[in-house]
Design a protein around this ligand. Sequence first.
Ligand SMILES: Cc1cc2nc3c(=O)[nH]c(=O)nc-3n(C[C@H](O)[C@H](O)[C@H](O)COP(=O)(O)O)c2cc1C
Length: 340
Amino acid sequence: MTSNWLDTLEREAAGLLPPDVYAWAAGGSGFEDALKRNRSAWSRITLRPDALVDVSRVDLSTTLLGERFDAPLAIAPSGYHGLTHPEAERATADGATKSGSLMVLSSRASLRLEEIGLPSGRWWFQSYVLKDRALTEQMVVRARALGARAVVLTVDAPVLAPRRQSRNSALVPQAVLEVNTGPVTDPEMLEPAPDLTERDIAGLHEISGLPVVVKGVLRGDTARRCVDAGAAAVWVSNHGGRQLDAAVSTADALGEVVDAVGADTEVYVDGGISTGVDALRALALGARGVFVGRPVVWGLAVNGATGVADVMNRYVEELVLAMRLCGRSQVSALGRDLLG
Ligand SMILES: Cc1cc2nc3c(=O)[nH]c(=O)nc-3n(C[C@H](O)[C@H](O)[C@H](O)COP(=O)(O)O)c2cc1C
């Protein structure tokens, strides 16, 4: 198999990180079938390039929830950046700003939200609904005050599946686990609520006053329920193969979700996006935004803020190239006619 810059970057990160931290970030659940399937499913999608189209100028700009961005590529939430870089989420936020990318900050951050220096209006806050719902509420209220433009509610983790490196608590000190909640008497209160339902979508919207994006949707009917319950957008994800190991790949789920919600609701996707061509495949299937998880973690580990910006810029360059090769000069011109 040939390897690209991303495989090289991951190997470099693997060489720098403590083995258990690398395993935690790289790993998936079970046999890691969903993890592998995410990547291979994108490669299976062939394209029908158009020709004789002027591609001397390519414009990737788009809007996500009404906010203008230079490209439809963005940073998926991942926890505890302090494990991979001493500057933690501060470096990631800096890298996002440098590359003009939207960053979704994980509620499982290593730093207090107030210490991260997030660019007001250019970031979204990922939240679980915790067993102690009051803890969730105080975090989303703080995120809004700090300029978060949306709450991303992760719904594919009503319980956490065992992973290659299973427990956060083995890697992350208790003080960091509690950095954004304050000390808890019962650590169980920091676990996701297994009784999470679509009622929580409206609840989070009400408390935060922000649009709610539902992350972790893999079926059209679930997506519809989200929209009916007031979701502003849905995000096709299987948590990077870290939850249900038998889960369908995101490439295979995306079309059904796009068709179910219709053109008025934005659909995002993540999972195994390894090149700009994968991003084009996702956009052609109807995704509005394409999110990148582990590659950003590898960039952060290897070169901090610059590493994060380099990764995002690489995807942008590759997407521009892929668009030229497909005969398309604008993101809005990407559609299913390109799919082979
Ligand atoms: C190390 C790591 C930590 C993650 N932490 C979170 C998290 O805190 N909240 C969340 O919604 N998703 C989390 N995810 C899932 C990502 O947001 C995303 O869905 C997944 O990584 C995308 O797949 P990719 O890594 O193949 O790009 C995490 C993923 C990884 C690899």
